[in-house]
Design a protein around this ligand. Structure first.
Ligand SMILES: Nc1ncnc2c1ncn2[C@@H]1O[C@H](COP(=O)(O)OP(=O)(O)OP(=O)(O)O)[C@@H](O)[C@H]1O
Ligand SMILES: [Mg+2]
Length: 263
C-alpha cells in the first residue's frame, strides 16, 4: 500500500457569492506525478493556494502526510511542500542565485555558508549554473521559469505543486521543460501535482489525471494514463486519449481510459 501524501476531503470554497469549489475530494500517493486538469476559471489555482495555506477554505479537510492542516498544532508541514506559480514571480533586483536563496531565507530566517552549495546544486539541476549572477531581466521566459523551479526545489520538498508553470512559453521551450520537470521529479523521488488546462500536456506528464468540472467545481473523474515512460509525443495513443478526455467534459461516460484504481 502506497503512502498517502495528500488527502483532500469535501473541499468547498466561495469568493463572496461566487461558489468556486463545490465538494472537491482526491488523494495523492507517494512518488506519483498527478495532473490536475480543468477549464480556465474552474479553481485550479484556488486549490493549490489552499493546499499551500496561502488562502483559507470554507469546508472540508486537507491532510498533508497524514497531518490535518487545519489543526493549529501542525505548523511545520509547509517544509514538505513547495509551489511553482503560473508566473515566475522573481525579485528583479536580486540575482538569480539570490532569488533561489530567498526560499531558504524564508524557510529558516538565516542562510549559512553551506547554503551557497545548496543553491548552486538547485541551479545545476535546472541547467542554469552559468546564470547564477544574472538578473531576471537578462533571462528568457523559459529561463525565468527554471529559476522559479530551482527556488521551489532548493528546500528539498517531498511534494512539489506546479500551477501551469509552462503557460505562455513557446512550444519547444515548453516541451524541453516538460522533460526537465519529469527528469527532476524522478531524480528527486518527489510527489508532483501539476496543474494544466491542456489535456495533451496532462497525458504526457501524468501518472494520473484528476479532471475537474466547470464551476462550481467538482472532480469529474480521476484517470490513470495507460502509457509507459518515457512517453513518445508522437504516439497515436496520445491523440486518442486526448479525444477521450475532451469528451469527458461533455459526455457522462468514457470508453478508452482506465478509471483510476487507487482512490
Ligand atoms: N481572491 C479572489 N477573489 C475573488 N474571486 C477570486 C479570487 N481568486 C479567484 N477568484 C475567482 O475564482 C475562480 C477560480 O479562479 P482560479 O484562479 O482558481 O481559476 P483557474 O482554474 O486557476 O483558472 P486559469 O486556468 O485561468 O488559471 C475565478 O472565477 C476567479 O475569478
Ligand atoms: Mg490558474
Amino acid at each position: 500500500m502506497k503512502r498517502e501524501m495528500l488527502r483532500i476531503e469535501g473541499l468547498h470554497k466561495r469568493f463572496g457569492s461566487l461558489i468556486v469549489l463545490n465538494d472537491v475530494s482526491f488523494n495523492i500517493y507517494e512518488g506519483e506525478f498527478v495532473c490536475v486538469l480543468g477549464p480556465s476559471g474552474c479553481g485550479k489555482t484556488t486549490i493549490l493556494r489552499i493546499i499551500a495555506q496561502l488562502i483559507s477554505f470554507d469546508e472540508g479537510r486537507i491532510f498533508v502526510l497524514g497531518r490535518d492542516i487545519n489543526s493549529n498544532e501542525e505548523d511545520g508541514y509547509l517544509d514538505d511542500l513547495s509551489v511553482v506559480f503560473q508566473e515566475p514571480r522573481l525579485l528583479y533586483w536580486r540575482k538569480v542565485e539570490e532569488n533561489v536563496k530567498l526560499a531558504l531565507e524564508l524557510k529558516r530566517g538565516v542562510v549559512g555558508d553551506r547554503d551557497g552549495a545548496t543553491v548552486r546544486e538547485a541551479l545545476s539541476l535546472v541547467g542554469l549554473s552559468d546564470f547564477a549572477d544574472a538578473f531576471p531581466h537578462e533571462l528568457s521566459g523559459g529561463m525565468k521559469q527554471r529559476v522559479a523551479l530551482a527556488r521551489a526545489l532548493v528546500t528539498e520538498p517531498s511534494i512539489l505543486l506546479m500551477d501551469e508553470p509552462l503557460t505562455g512559453l513557446d512550444l519547444r521551450t515548453r516541451e524541453e521543460l516538460q522533460d526537465e520537470i519529469l527528469r527532476i521529479w524522478k531524480e528527486k523521488s518527489m510527489t508532483a501535482i501539476f496543474v494544466t488546462h491542456d489535456p495533451l500536456e496532462a497525458i504526457y506528464m501524468g501518472d494520473r489525471i484528476i479532471v475537474l468540472s466547470d464551476r462550481p467545481t467538482m472532480v469529474r473523474d480521476t484517470l490513470k494514463v495507460p502509457l509507459n515512460r518515457p512517453r513518445n509525443r508522437h504516439d497515436r495513443r496520445m491523440k486518442e486519449l486526448e479525444s477521450c478526455i475532451r469528451e469527458l467534459f461533455v459526455l457522462p461516460d468514457y470508453g478508452c481510459l482506465e478509471p483510476d484504481g487507487i482512490s
